[in-house]
Design a protein around this ligand. Structure first.
Ligand code: GLU
Length: 417
């Protein structure tokens, strides 16, 4: 079996996991070649007129990885690290994620290499509309559907929908994660965090314990991290530490997450919250907690800190937070890693519900959304767990194996290979 290298790029890392599993499930060489590559990749230039009249030249990307199981699907991130390799890696993860969650989509991802915190709201709007205009000929309600990701949100989706609609006519199904007022689904905002908590609950219950006996630390307090912390606390976990770009806070007796949300609204960061001690984001990862949820950037658990992770469960709220070398170290140390393509699949699952509601021009009540999400997440978790038990492999390799088999079957049935 090939050894992972710590200097692999994000796409090389995802391909490494894919190749390990392709060996395990005995994928033939031709199918392996089709599934490891991407279908289409575009880079577009985005000249952005700043509010002061100057023009900044930005670059945006959309990568469609595989569409055998349905229209391409995946978010768009605004981040200085977004480049073709990262977007390609995240697009491939979306193919495997939609397959594990068993929603009828392929995988795609987009990004603009930019620091959006340096842009005003009107600059963000101009940039978003121009990006959508430039990729509009490769997306479509039945072709490729975008959604929020890092530093993008419901407002971003509203601009995208409007920009696309100016060409194609009213098309709410062109994006998911929209504001509810424009056809977004109830429950979509919380869905990724809710899914993280649902699968974590399944994993801890398999180990014979329950949330009220466990502590949790959450790295990142954006959409995924903040909802994970809130819903985990509501389910009984003692959430002892959270963080954002401003730093981490720790209180061994547990944080009052609702109170913390007020502090965040007033001050702009979780840092400085009273009744807590300050930590760095790196220190948070190494806390002596039961459950660790990395829900911020990619590649935060690496060869250099994996041996210091004390959590029993690592639930990947973020995409690709653990490098392949670190993944082996965690597994060797007996840590149960719930992989991104399972743990954070709740977002795209409710995106699927949103898309179906848009197509039917009908909206579901929130209870129905959450109940259907629960069914998908529990089924996905149980299938992955059972596959892993039957073949003595960890959850990541089990999840990849199920996904690769599903996508390969669809590709064969269509006659791709
Ligand atoms: N960006 C999210 C993810 O990485 C959601 C994608 C979607 O809803 O299409 O899973």
């Amino acid at each position: 079996m090939a050894e992972p290298r710590e200097d692999m790029s994000a796409f090389e890392s995802v391909t490494f996991f894919f190749n390990e599993v392709a060996d395990q499930v005995g994928l033939d060489d031709q199918t392996r070649e089709v599934l490891s590559g991407t279908y289409r990749e575009i880079r577009v230039q985005i000249p952005l007129r700043r509010d002061n009249g100057s023009v900044e030249t930005l670059y945006g990307y959309r990568v469609q990885h595989n569409g055998a199981r349905g229209p391409y699907k995946g978010g768009v991130r605004y981040h200085p690290s977004a480049d073709l390799d990262e977007v390609r890696a995240l697009a491939a993860l979306m193919t495997w994620k939609t397959a594990v969650a068993d929603v009828p989509f392929g995988g795609a991802k987009g990004g603009i290499k930019v620091d959006p915190t340096a842009l005003s709201l009107t600059e963000q709007e101009r940039m978003t509309r121009r990006f959508m205009g430039q990729v509009s000929y490769i997306v479509g309600v039945n072709r490729d559907i975008m959604a929020p990701d890092m530093n993008t949100n419901a407002q971003t989706m509203a601009w995208m929908m409007d920009a696309y609609g100016q060409r194609a006519g009213h098309s709410p199904g062109i994006v998911t994660g929209k504001p509810v007022e424009l056809g977004g689904s109830l429950g979509r905002d919380a869905a990724t965090g809710r899914g993280v908590v649902m699968v974590t609950n399944e994993a801890v219950s398999d180990a014979g314990t329950s949330p009220d006996r466990l502590t949790m630390a959450v790295q990142g307090f954006g959409n995924v991290g903040s909802w994970t912390a809130r819903l985990a606390a509501a389910d009984g976990y003692r959430v002892v530490a959270v963080s954002d770009v401003g730093g981490a806070i720790h209180n061994p007796r547990g944080l009052n997450i609702n109170d913390l949300m007020d502090h965040l609204r007033d001050s702009g960061s979780v840092a400085g919250y009273p009744d807590s001690e300050a930590l760095t984001n790196e220190e948070l990862l190494e806390l002596d907690v039961d459950v660790l949820v990395p829900a911020a950037l990619g590649e935060v658990i690496t060869k250099s800190n994996a041996d210091r992770i004390k959590a029993q469960w690592v639930a990947e709220g973020a995409n690709h937070p653990v490098t392949p070398v670190a993944d082996r170290m965690l597994v060797d140390n007996g840590v149960v890693v719930i992989p991104d393509i399972l743990a954070n699949a709740g977002g795209v699952t409710v995106s699927y519900f949103e898309w179906t509601q848009n197509i039917q021009q009908f909206s579901w009540e929130e209870d129905r959304v959450n109940a259907e999400l629960g069914k998908h997440m529990r089924t996905a978790y149980q299938q992955v767990r059972d596959y892993g038990r039957a073949r003595s492999c960890d959850l990541r390799h089990a999840a990849f194996a199920i996904a690769v088999e599903r996508v390969a079957t669809a590709a064969h049935l269509r006659g791709y290979v």
